[in-house]
Ligand binder design. Sequence first.
Ligand code: CTP
Ligand code: MG
Length: 226
Amino acid sequence: MIAILLMGGKGERFGNDIPKQFSLLMGQPLYTYALDIFLSVNLFDKILLVIPTEYKDTIDIKNSRVQCITGGKTRQESVYNALQASPTNTDFVVIHDIARPFVSKKIILDNIEAVQQHAAVDTCYPATDTIVQSLDEKFIHSVLIRNEMYLGQTPQSFSYSLLLKAHQKAQKEGILNATDDCQLVQRLDFPIFMVLGSKDNFKITEHKDLDYAQFLLEKNIHGTAK
Ligand code: CTP
Ligand code: MG
């Protein structure tokens, strides 16, 4: 079982010169939060840390379980690079966006348990807003039934061979910029089991998200602390 921690992005919506995962949160780089939680789960043979090429030399982690690899131009390519770099005997992979600092140990353990039974797992949280779809960014084209809607978070966990097959199929069909891995596995018509995420397992996307993360840490009411 390996973990793939994705930090290969540029953080364009965040808008700083330095990618958001290097921003300081209570004086500590954002990426260290999820990394520390994954390190505290002693069930991973390896943790692959996927880093943007230009920042590879800035990270120096002295832990033999952590291996740094180079990210790709898209999230999908970063995951594929990690699959290529995985040890040959890898059975399962647990993939997490490092931009979600407050993933809990429970969510990770629930993923590990579920993936061994179901081979494909998403971490989901019920939507509280009604989700609407627009195809032209101007008008609403459908209003989805709220109690059937969830927010897809990470970790997402898969059998290694299933995920590799999903990525290879997507590449062949010209799907190159998927925002998560479940949508690629779905294209194989493979059922994906849900484990419950949490509201605190949000993704830092904009500056306001970092301010909110800081607030939760100051109050010690973030998901990891519970
Ligand atoms: N990611 C990655 N490689 C990429 C793009 C994204 O490893 N080429 C990672 C990000 O570092 C992040 C996670 O995937 O931890 C989720 O992506 P997102 O929140 O979209 O981050 P960015 O792509 O960095 O942000 P933006 O889309 O605003 O540029
Ligand atoms: Mg992105």
